[in-house]
Design a protein. Structure first.
Length: 592
């Protein structure tokens, strides 16, 4: 299996452009068995790949100067230290001297040369339009390399100059069109590539050629390991086997889960949190409308059906189970779930680079789920003119919408949650084909939730507790799941005090007393405004909590704030009444 980037490299070499920029997964090993080159770092692989084609290859970095890279099979006489195109400046570290000398070497035709500029982000860094921040050496290098790319004398040779970027911050002067440089992205290993590499490591173990390579757990096959290491570079897979040998334990799924989360976190530079949940829909109580809809979508997502929505938006009251449902959905799908954190930064261009890195990792992980928790905060809202952030929100949103609409990115699915649907940009709603509203749990749902909530906070309800009775207490009018956790937690404290020992079961009286003692720490008007806004933004009647595909559910309960807005017989919405209530609430909240 020839890596796709290597095909691209061969095509570029056959063309006129002599400059190449390698980006993205450049710190990884290169593994291409058919080349006869053992797994090694990129610049060493390139040196061994180009040598049989008659190239003399040298590497330059600010830390190590200029060094010729000689393949292991090359004899001392063939590439003598005292001869060759790089002899006069070998081991030189003065950047200007090296680049000036290389300009002359690159124009020669008598011997093919390839120059690798390692850590090129430090040599020709991006200035984001502010060249005044560059030091004189960086300005010199920027102009020199640009002249190489456009020099007809160099373009008429077979010589190459290759930049290896590890941070994606090469000068814009070299990355834009017409610069004479071609950008090549090295992606993360694909499933077949990971499988081949894992088989290679296992063969080393079996043949005892490497004592630092561990073995697989009995219930973990190479094929399964290849599948669950999506998004993991070769280096991390090798380190996984090395770690297993060091701790005298076989490679198991938990070890892979930890390594994968760390690897993706590093690739995304801390801008995502990797979730691989262990519990699915069986852990979700209440939310029947949302669970039923998502459960029906699971087999379609797994089969790659083109009918599934690219984006699902869960909006509504805080503390009512949106986040828990996202994780349960990810477990049912069996897809990696990447929770996107704040990608915005203060430095010019940093936010856009952050987002591009996350999107690249996601494209390499597909099928996967990207979760934008509190999407109104992650992306912000577009303004009516030039924003204080210089249009960053507009650019980030535009890039995400472009990515979502690109058919080549099918398999990267988006799910977003928001407690403030009123702050969402209208364009956001247009991109999410499913909008699911979340309201306060009804008394029936509260009764279903109480045992689960008690378990979540480490408590047990005594046998005399009637959850239906508790759920219908007037003090539990329109609660949240967080409120139920606080109530059960207080009841547990009183149970321990009354019994004089920890973890005592919570009795009926203790739970009733905690319900009566509870004072909501949220504004009921604010919650009602959020709930009604979520209903207003939901384009599908069947996704309303009290509705189904065939109309109103016979056993549906409605929150009291829907009186006068929803017909209790048909479930239909009086949109004029809904808009009037929202207007009244908005005026009240603004007045405060």
């Amino acid at each position: 299996m020839k890596p796709s980037w290597l095909d691209r490299f061969d095509r570029v070499r056959a063309g006129r452009d002599r400059g190449i920029i390698f980006e993205r997964n450049t710190a990884d090993l290169v593994y291409y068995p058919e080349s006869g080159i053992p797994p090694c770092r990129l610049k060493l692989f390139l040196a061994q790949l180009l040598a049989p084609h008659g190239y003399r290859v040298a590497s330059f970095s600010l830390a190590h100067g200029l060094q010729e890279l000689r393949p292991p099979s090359t004899s001392h006489d063939e590439h003598s230290n005292a001869s060759g195109p790089f002899a006069s400046i070998r081991e030189a570290r003065d950047q200007r001297q090296v680049l000036d000398h290389l300009s002359r070497i690159l124009r020669r035709r008598e011997e093919k040369v390839a120059l690798i500029l390692d850590y090129a982000d430090d040599i020709v860094p991006s200035a984001q339009g502010m060249t005044a921040i560059l030091n004189p050496d960086q300005v010199h290098a920027r102009e020199m390399l640009h002249s190489w790319g456009t020099d007809d004398g160099i373009r008429g040779t077979d010589n190459l100059f290759i930049l290896i970027s590890y941070e994606g911050q090469i000068s814009d002067l070299l990355t834009r069109g017409g610069s004479g440089f071609q950008r090549i992205t090295i992606d993360l290993p694909s499933l077949p590539e990971r499988g081949s590499f894992i088989e290679f490591l296992c063969s080393l173990r079996a043949e005892r050629r490497r004592t630092d390579i561990g073995e697989l757990a009995p219930n973990l096959t190479p094929d399964e390991l290849a599948r669950i290491t999506s998004g993991v570079p070769y280096t991390e897979i090798e380190d996984l086997f090395r770690h297993a040998a060091a701790v005298s334990k076989p490679v198991d799924r938990e070890m892979v889960r930890e390594r994968k989360a760390r690897a993706i976190d590093q690739l995304c530079r801390g801008m995502v949190q990797v979730h691989e949940p262990l519990i699915g829909f069986e852990s979700v109580k209440g939310l029947r409308h949302a669970v039923e809809h998502l459960r029906a979508l699971v087999p379609l997502f797994r089969s790659g059906s083109r009918s599934v929505p690219r984006g699902i938006l869960l909006i509504g009251v805080p503390g009512c189970g949106k986040s828990h449902l996202v994780l349960a959905f990810a477990k049912e799908l069996g897809f990696p779930c990447l929770a996107m954190r704040m990608v915005r930064e203060g430095l010019v261009g940093a936010s856009e680079r952050n987002l591009e890195q996350v999107l690249w990792v996601a494209a390499n992980l597909k099928p996967c789920l990207i979760w934008m928790e509190e999407i109104d905060q992650v992306l912000g809202r577009r303004g009516g003119g030039q924003s204080l952030s210089g249009g960053v929100e507009e650019r980030l949103m535009g890039r995400i919408w472009e990515f979502m609409g690109d058919d080549s990115n099918r398999g990267v699915y988006w799910i977003a949650t928001s407690n403030r649907p009123d702050l969402l940009d209208p364009a956001t709603l247009d991109r999410f084909q499913r909008v699911v509203p979340f309201l306060h749990p009804t008394p029936t749902e509260v009764a279903e939730l109480l045992p689960t909530v008690a378990n979540q906070v480490g408590r047990k309800l005594a046998d005399d507790v009637d959850v239906s009775e508790i759920a219908h207490l007037p003090s539990l009018r329109n609660p949240t799941v967080r409120a139920l956790q606080e109530i059960v937690g207080m009841a547990g404290t009183w149970a321990d005090q009354d019994n004089g020992q920890p973890d005592s079961p919570v009795t009926r009286e203790q739970l009733r007393a905690a319900v009566l003692d509870f004072k909501p720490n949220y504004d009921p008007d604010q919650h009602q405004f959020i709930a009604l806004t979520a209903i207003q933004m939901t384009p599908s009647t069947s996704l309303l909590p009290w509705m189904g595909r065939n109309g109103k559910r016979p056993d549906a309960e409605l929150p009291d704030y829907l009186d006068g807005i929803v017909d209790h017989q048909t479930g239909g919405i009086d949109h004029a009444a809904l808009n009037n209530r929202l207007h009244e609430l908005a005026l009240r909240l603004r007045g405060r």
